[in-house]
Design a protein around this ligand. Structure first.
Ligand code: PMM
Length: 274
């Protein structure tokens, strides 16, 4: 029987994330938000200083460090399990020194291969997401014409990343994979991956999935041709939460931790009765 997924609550310390850009840019606001997510039931806080929304430009390394390190330091000191959402080796190293224990790299080591040595040396858990290009031009890479379509391509490309991650010295049991919903993927690609998640699970590593508030949910729920705005996508994410819990994923990256936590409690209660 699958174990209940861990809930990774999102703390975007950015001015421009699509889901909550600017709301937690001040360190004190981000720390308060992290505490709220913990109270709502988050197992992990994922703290990031770079927006990956389609078309976003990258912050300077110094900007990224300045955004995330004070927040990580404060929340880790309070005992939170902290993940740093970064593609940069330098930021990962500073975050681990500040108390993070998980590196969530949306590029799976492609953006800055040095990040793998940093992770290997620290013994941290490494989340490797499927990724093809930076946000400013990832839309051009949303093409999956090969045999097996998106599922086979994501599986093969993640398998190649696992090889590189292991070669850098990261222990296999420290590797978590993520199909990267919305990253160089159109709505039909995201649904295809969600339908055949077991193909990705077949790589033998735990899976993290981040669907919360993403635009494929907005297009599914479009009213009169207009995508449902970000704050109206929560119920759809709750449905996915239940589905993914039944599929046995390791973790769910969510913005509304309370909603996801309630859904998981229902799933657990039904299991206990069974
Ligand atoms: N999505 C976003 C950012 N980081 N990390 C992982 N591992 N998986 C994701 O799906 C993911 C991520 C973009 O969403 P946001 O702007 O709401 O944080």
């Amino acid at each position: 029987m699958p174990t209940t997924p861990l809930l990774m609550g999102v703390v975007n310390v950015t001015p421009d994330s699509f889901s909550d850009g600017g709301r937690w840019l001040e360190p004190a606001a981000a720390v308060a938000h992290g505490r709220e997510l913990l109270a709502d039931g988050a197992d992990i806080l994922d703290i990031g200083g770079e927006s990956t929304r389609p078309g976003a430009t990258r912050p300077l390394v110094t900007e990224e460090l300045g955004r995330v390190i004070p927040v990580i330091t404060a929340l880790a000191a309070e005992g939170a399990v902290v993940s740093v959402d970064t593609m940069r080796a330098e930021v990962a190293a500073a975050a681990l020194a500040a108390g993070a224990t998980i590196v969530n790299d949306v590029s799976g080591g492609l953006a800055d291969p040095g990040i793998l040595e940093v992770v290997a040396a620290s013994g941290a858990t490494y989340v490797a997401m499927h990724w093809r290009a930076h946000a400013d031009h990832m839309r051009d890479f949303a093409v999956y014409d090969g045999p097996g379509g998106v599922v086979q391509a994501v599986r093969d490309e993640l398998a190649a990343r696992v090889k590189a991650i292991l070669a850098a010295g990261v222990a296999p049991e420290r590797i978590v994979l993520d199909p990267g919903l919305g990253f160089a993927k159109r709505a039909e690609h995201n649904w295809g991956l969600l339908r055949e998640l077991d193909a990705i699970q077949g790589l033998g590593h735990p899976l993290l999935v981040g669907a919360s508030r993403k635009s494929f949910l907005g297009s599914l729920l479009a009213d009169g041709g207009t995508a449902r705005p970000v704050d109206g996508r929560e119920h759809a994410n709750t449905a996915l939460t239940v589905h993914l819990a039944q599929r046995g994923v390791w973790g769910l990256r969510v913005h509304d931790v309370r909603a996801a936590s309630d859904a998981l409690r229902v799933v657990e209660q039904l299991r206990d009765q069974g």
